[in-house]
Ligand binder design. Structure first.
Ligand code: LLP
Length: 425
C-alpha cells in the first residue's frame, strides 16, 4: 500500500498533515470528513505547471466538492470554475468570485438559471442542444445582453469508465452529435445576441487511459477546422472538460496525471494548427478526491453465517459512491493494532443492503476503533443526502497541523426546520 504524502503513520497513529485522525474524531465527532489543504494545492499546481507553455484556464468543477472553503482555496490559487446550476454560481458569488471566470455546463439549464447567469456576466455557457440555444438567444435579447457560448459536442467516444459516468457516447444525453454540430454553429454565428467563443466536450469521469482523450482531441480538431472554414469565423477556446481519473487503490492502479494528459493531447491540437486557442480544462475529481478522508467509528462487529460485517457510523447517504457505482475506496484502521485480522464487509446503518462502503476488507479492528475511508474528497459530501434522517457530516480542513472547521455537523433541527415551519402555518 502506498499512502499519499499528506497521510502517514506517525508511530501507531494515522495522521493527515501531521494531525492524528483519532484526535480530530475526539474533537469533532464521527463520521467526519477531513481534507488536506496541501493536497488540493499540489493538485492545482500540477495542472498549472503542466500547462505553463500554453494559454490555459483551469476551471475547477464545483460539483466534485462545493464546500465554500475549498472553493475559496481554488479561487486563491487562480482557478476559474465550471458550474452546473445557479446554486453553484451562488456559492461562488458568496465568496466573491467574478462570474466572468465561470463556465456554465449542464444539459438542462432552466430559463431562470440562464437569466441569472447572464445578468451576473457569466464567462461562457456550454450549450448542449439547439433548443437550449434558442431559449438562451431569446433571454439574451429580452435582457439586451450578449450571451457568450460554446457548443458542447458529443464526440461518440468510449471513455472506458463506469456507464453512469461515461458522457461522450452517442447514446448519452449529453452534448450535440459532432455530425450535427456544424449546422448549429452556423446558426449560432448568425444570432445577434449570441457570441460564439469556443467548443466544449466532456467525455466522462474517472478516465484512467490517455487513448479516449486523444481520440476526443482528434475529433474536436477536425471539427474546429471545418467550423472555421464553413463559417469564416474563428473559435477562441477549446474546453476539453474534466475526467482525469485518480488512484483509488492506494498505489496499485495505473494513474495518469495532468502532465501526461497535456503531453498526449496538446501535440494533436498543434498538428492541426490550432495553437492560437486558449485551452480550458474542467477537472473536479483529480483536484479534490485524494485530499479527503472520512473518519468513521466501528459500532459493531457481527459474524453472520457467510460473512463478517463491520458496522460503522458512516453510510451510503454520506458516501454514496460504493452504492451508486460499486466504487472502491481504500479502508484502513487509524491505529496500528494487534487485534487479529479478519475479512469484513464494511457496512453502514442505513436500511438497505446497498449500504456498503467496502467488501471483503482485511481489518484489525474492535468496536469503537476508527477507520479511515480514503479518497473521499470528491463526489461524497457534495452528493450526500439526509436519507434515513441522518444529518450530514462535519468537515474540517488541515493545513500544516492547523485545523479549521469548514462545515458544522448538521443538526436534526436543521433537517426538521423546513417541515416544522410548514406544520406551524
Ligand atoms: N465538466 C463537466 C461538464 C462534467 O460533467 C464533469 C463531471 C466535470 C467537468 C468534472 O469531471 P471530473 O474531473 O470530476 O471527472 N459522481 C460521479 C462523477 C460524476 C461526474 C459528472 N461530471 C462519481 O462519483 O464518480
Amino acid at each position: 500500500m502506498n499512502l499519499p504524502a499528506h497521510l502517514q503513520f506517525l508511530g501507531d497513529q494515522l495522521t493527515l498533515e501531521g494531525v492524528s485522525l483519532d484526535s480530530l474524531a475526539k474533537t469533532y465527532g464521527t463520521p467526519l470528513m477531513v481534507y488536506s489543504h496541501t493536497s488540493i494545492q499540489q493538485a492545482i499546481h500540477e495542472y498549472q505547471q503542466a500547462f505553463t507553455r500554453h494559454k490555459m484556464r483551469l476551471c475547477y468543477a464545483v460539483k466534485a466538492n462545493s464546500n465554500l472553503s475549498i472553493l475559496k482555496l481554488c479561487q486563491g490559487l487562480g482557478c476559474g470554475f465550471d458550474i452546473v446550476s445557479i446554486g453553484e454560481l451562488k456559492r461562488l458569488q458568496a465568496i466573491g468570485v467574478s462570474a466572468q471566470t465561470v463556465v456554465f455546463s449542464g444539459v438542462g439549464k432552466t430559463a431562470l438559471e440562464m437569466r441569472e447567469a447572464l445578468k451576473a456576466g457569466i464567462g461562457c455557457f456550454n450549450v448542449e442542444s439547439e433548443a437550449e440555444l434558442l431559449v438562451l438567444q431569446s433571454i439574451a435579447q429580452e435582457l439586451g445582453l450578449v450571451a457568450k457560448i460554446s457548443l458542447r459536442v458529443n464526440p461518440d467516444i468510449d471513455a472506458q469508465t463506469h456507464p453512469y459516468i461515461s458522457t461522450g457516447l452517442k447514446n448519452n444525453k449529453f452534448g450535440i452529435a459532432h455530425t450535427l454540430a456544424i449546422d448549429l454553429y452556423l446558426k449560432a454565428f448568425a444570432m445577434p445576441y449570441i457570441q460564439v467563443m469556443g467548443i466544449d466536450c466532456h467525455i466522462g469521469s474517472q478516465i484512467t487511459e490517455l487513448a479516449p482523450f486523444m481520440s476526443a482531441a482528434h475529433t474536436l480538431s477536425k471539427l474546429i477546422l471545418q467550423i472555421e472554414k464553413e463559417s469564416g469565423q474563428s473559435l477562441q477556446h477549446i474546453d476539453f472538460g474534466g475526467g482525469l481519473g485518480i488512484d483509488y487503490y492506494a498505489g496499485t492502479a495505473v494513474d495518469i496525471n495532468p502532465t501526461e494528459l497535456f503531453s498526449a493531447v496538446l501535440p494533436i491540437f498543434q498538428d492541426y494548427g490550432l495553437t492560437d486557442k486558449t485551452f480550458f480544462i474542467e477537472p473536479g475529481r483529480s483536484i479534490v478526491a485524494n485530499s479527503g478522508v472520512c473518519v468513521t467509528q466501528v459500532l459493531y462487529l457481527k459474524e453472520a453465517e457467510e460473512k463478517n460485517f463491520c458496522i460503522v457510523d458512516v453510510a451510503m447517504n454520506d458516501l454514496p459512491r460504493p452504492a451508486m457505482y460499486q466504487a472502491y475506496h481504500h479502508i484502513l484502521a487509524t491505529r496500528k493494532s494487534l487485534w487479529p485480522a479478519k475479512t469484513y464487509d464494511v457496512v453502514g446503518p442505513v436500511c438497505e443492503s446497498g449500504d456498503w462502503l467496502g467488501r471483503d476488507r482485511h481489518l484489525n479492528v474492535q468496536p469503537q476503533n476508527l477507520l479511515a475511508i480514503l479518497s473521499t474528497g470528491a463526489y461524497c459530501s457534495s452528493m450526500a443526502s439526509n436519507y434515513n434522517t441522518r444529518p450530514r457530516m462535519a468537515e474540517v480542513m488541515v493545513h500544516q497541523s492547523q485545523v479549521q472547521l469548514i462545515r458544522h455537523r448538521e443538526s436534526l433541527d436543521d433537517i426538521l426546520r423546513p417541515e416544522l415551519a410548514c406544520l406551524a402555518q
